[in-house]
Write a protein that binds this ligand. Structure first.
Ligand SMILES: Cc1ncc(COP(=O)(O)O)c(C=O)c1O
Length: 380
């Protein structure tokens, strides 16, 4: 029988308590989730700033549909690139103080598209943080670059690897805020190391954009990385992604990044809505302050044995260990009306299954108090 391995792999996944399934969600916000007629407090959303369904963004989406259409109807280099895309790119360039920016259909496509294009030359080496997202790893492995993974946030090891490398084209790759631990990279130091070793720096700001910086500009507030990638699907609360960089790299990507060239341009209406969202993000600092305040409340109300990794981000990881124990805890929390999706390998290393709590700016003090009380009870 062809593809017999599928059956075997699925069984294996069941045996390891790693089987993944989807839930059909009737309605959701960063704060609440409705499934099978039941409402849960949602602590698994990436809508960090609570902007999903924001009136002004929805209005901009409708305006974008009316003005530019829902579909780009072509790739960017044919006739898909429209005024809405240009306006969004310009807004991002001003926001991040970067010369150029281009849009991809998703963060996954952007990471693949950039790393594959940068790794065209044999004389290239990529240095990736061990906890890099799957799309960064896949992009690096799809390129011709030599790939080295340094221990998480271990810049001593990174420096050693950089010193050892004889490649002409070195690229350091890291996330700004790490998706599954919520901790941050020391972007200032990473940029300094890159400069000292004639390397470029690449920061995936999927979880930092909107959340970090006085205007939500993300990791660029800490250090001027050469390349910034961020998705619109999290704090920006739309869909798609951008890559911000210098003029030369921009022209190179437009000419050589396959995921950019051979893919339909993102919806112009969504680009218009993303621009509206970024306007709000820059102005409404209270949303970031709320995340900080609620995060502090969470760490101060959890029992002493429950440790959180210190972070400025929305993401708070509570490591449990085994897959089965983590699933069991998530079920118990569900019975209390709390939705927390269990995060298991291979998304995280073996024996580090966890609860990944995301705090959004439309949660409130009583939500967090209830969450802490419930976690304390379930873990006691
Ligand atoms: C760190 C990181 N990079 C990239 C991506 C991919 O972004 P997108 O969801 O837009 O494909 C994600 C999303 O899960 C992510 O967490």
């Amino acid at each position: 029988m062809p593809f017999e391995f599928i059956h075997y792999k699925l069984n294996q996944q069941q045996d390891k308590n790693r089987y993944r399934r989807r839930y059909s969600i009737a309605k959701q916000s960063g704060r609440e989730l409705h499934i099978n007629g039941k409402c849960y407090l949602n602590f698994s959303s990436n809508d960090y700033l609570g902007l999903n369904n924001h009136k002004k963004i929805n209005q901009a989406l409708q305006e974008g549909i009316d003005q530019y259409g829902l579909c780009a109807s072509a790739s960017s280099l044919i006739t898909g690139y429209q005024y809405a895309h240009q306006a969004l790119e310009e807004e991002i360039c001003t926001w991040l103080n970067k010369p150029r920016c281009l849009l991809y259909s998703s963060g996954f496509a952007a990471n693949l598209g950039v790393l594959q294009a940068l790794g065209q030359d044999d004389n290239t080496a990529f240095f990736l943080d061990k906890l890099s997202h799957a799309s960064l790893i896949d992009g690096a492995l799809a390129s011709k670059a030599k790939v080295k993974r340094f221990l998480h946030n271990d810049f001593v090891q990174l420096k050693h690897y950089l010193e050892q490398s004889s490649s002409n084209n070195k690229l350091i790759v890291s996330e700004g805020v790490f998706s599954m631990d919520g901790d941050t990279a020391n972007v200032a130091e990473l940029c300094r190391l890159a400069q000292a070793h004639n390397a470029w720096s690449y920061i995936d700001d999927a979880h930092s954009i909107g959340v970090i910086g006085d205007h939500g500009e993300g990791s660029i507030s800490q250090g001027n990385a050469d390349i910034i990638m961020a998705t619109f699907g999290k704090a920006i609360a739309t869909s798609g992604a951008f890559v911000a960089c210098d003029e030369n790299l921009f022209e190179y990507l437009v000419n050589f990044s396959r995921h950019y060239i051979y893919s339909t341009a993102i919806s112009p209406a969504l680009a218009w809505a993303s621009k509206a969202s970024i306007d709000i993000i820059q102005k409404e600092q209270w949303r970031r302050e709320k995340i900080t305040e609620l995060s502090q409340l969470l760490s101060s109300t959890l029992d002493a044995q429950v440790t959180l990794i210190p972070t400025q981000s929305s993401i708070h990881a509570i490591e449990i260990g085994s897959e089965s124990k983590t699933l069991d805890i998530c079920e118990k929390l569900k019975e209390k009306g709390i939705w927390l999706t269990a995060i298991r390998p291979p998304t995280v290393p073996n024996n580090s299954s966890r609860l990944r709590v995301t705090i959004c700016s439309n949660h409130n003090v009583s939500d967090i108090n209830y969450l802490s009380k419930s976690i304390n009870e379930v873990l006691s």
